[in-house]
Ligand binder design. Structure first.
Ligand code: TRP
Ligand code: SF4
Length: 400
């Protein structure tokens, strides 16, 4: 019904590191050539966990946008904007909150996980529970059908699909749809009809996916229904009728192969990052002092690349020839670790040079960055308003 539209957001974490670059930004840059893309700063989402200290958010937003642009996200290809500057997200979030079962939110795995992880904060707030719903509003308001995210975000996209389906079910019904569906249920016959209704209620009120599966299986086995009735009943289970909001899909981003300096995932909280705007001196020093295979105590001790975080960096940055040189030199103690690290240092510096040059230019012209975002906000608002018109109309809030 709609052409592919890609949307993704990032919480403003300030300046980004090579993990973001290899994991997310390179993917965005590729997608911007293939699809209509919208990328935004999820500043309200930052408030769900930083409500006690919101002052850094604005600065972090601008730093992050500069890094997007410096990496090569192209404002003439993709629409870049800030969530809080398109207040329609808040209206959709509110309207969706009216029909969102609490159980659906409580069951999103990130809810309990994050609460357990971030123990120093009180996250038993309304806003934090609603995090995935705000994310759903972000996505649904643009009728985006493809959402590039990492594995950890897949449950949120699933949740958004369920919200879209429920919305369409509640507010997108065709005239007489319910009566037709109810009479199709009767045709299932006593026992089956009763079971179907029970499963349907369990799915719709409690979000019980197993109930949905069972009900689908039940319909699959049924022989005595016309095709039309069968389709009606599939639709009746999970929505159907007119599609007002589009069900989005996760466009799974491959996990970044970019390791941190200690071989763990690169992350600010592990203190193992190289930032995109790290100065060359510091980059060299960080890599030079990286840990290597602990077996190589002396230069003459042989090592094995598999036990060395530097080898993981070679996977990202080196060609076959260099990699062969590393393996050979490491297991035979033919090369020293400092020698082994040099090609990685060179490659990282080469990768960062043009990025840093663009970042410098944008930093010196904050107005250019502000204008890019102002344009993007405007474009995003136009799209959001279109959807909200349909949403209000469907919910009987049209007032004209
Ligand atoms: N929750 C996402 C994250 O932490 C950020 C986000 C907010 C987002 N709204 C979104 C991602 C909409 C994709 C689509 O990474
Ligand atoms: Fe690691 Fe290279 Fe040293 Fe081997 S030679 S331990 S791969 S840094």
């Amino acid at each position: 019904m709609y052409a592919d539209r890609v949307l993704s957001g990032m919480r403003p974490t300030g300046s980004l590191h090579l993990g973001h670059y290899h994991g997310v930004l390179k993917n965005w840059i590729k997608l911007q050539h293939e699809y209509e893309c919208l990328f935004f700063v999820a500043d309200w989402h930052a408030l769900t966990t930083h409500y006690d200290n919101p002052l850094g958010i604005e600065q972090a937003t601008w730093e992050m946008v500069i890094d997007w642009l410096a990496a090569g996200v192209d404002p003439s290809k993709a629409t870049l904007f800030i969530q809080s500057q398109v207040i329609e997200h808040a209206e959709l979030h509110l309207l969706l909150s009216m029909m969102t079962p609490l159980g659906w939110l409580e069951r999103v795995p990130t809810y309990k996980d994050q609460q357990e992880k971030l123990t120093e904060k009180d996250l038993s707030t309304y806003g934090f529970l609603g995090y995935p719903l705000l994310q759903s509003a972000d996505i649904l308001i643009y009728r985006a059908n493809q959402v590039p995210v990492g594995e950890d975000q897949v449950p949120h996209i699933e949740f958004s699909r369920e919200i879209a389906r429920r919305f369409n079910h509640l507010y997108g019904k065709e005239l007489g749809y319910e009566e037709k569906a109810e009479s199709a249920v009767k045709k299932l016959g006593g026992k089956k009809a009763k079971l179907y209704q029970e499963l349907r209620i369990r799915y719709q009120q409690e979000g019980d996916d197993e109930a949905l599966e069972s009900a689908r299986a039940l319909l699959g086995e049924t022989q005595n229904l016309s095709l039309g009735d069968k389709e009606r009943l599939y639709g009746y289970l999970e929505g159907g009728g007119k599609m007002i909001l589009t069900e989005p899909q996760a466009l799974l981003t491959e996990a970044s192969k970019m390791p941190g300096l200690d071989g763990q995932k690169m992350s600010k909280s592990y203190n193992n990052t190289i930032s995109m705007r790290e100065d060359p001196e510091s980059v060299s020093k960080k890599i030079r002092t990286m840990p290597t295979d602990p077996a190589r105590v002396r230069r003459t001790d042989p090592g094995s690349p598999d036990k060395c975080p530097v080898w993981q960096l070679h996977q990202v940055y080196s060609g076959e020839e260099v990699k062969a040189w590393v393996v050979q030199g490491c297991v035979s103690a033919g090369i020293g670790c400092i020698e082994c690290k040099q090609p990685v240092i060179d490659a990282v510096l080469k990768e960062l040079a043009p990025i840093q040059e663009r970042a410098r230019a944008y930093t010196q012209e904050p107005d250019t960055v502000k204008n890019i975002i102002a344009d993007g906000n405007e474009k995003a608002r136009d799209l959001a308003r279109e959807t909200m018109r349909d949403v209000r109309e469907a919910m009987g809030l049209h007032y004209t």
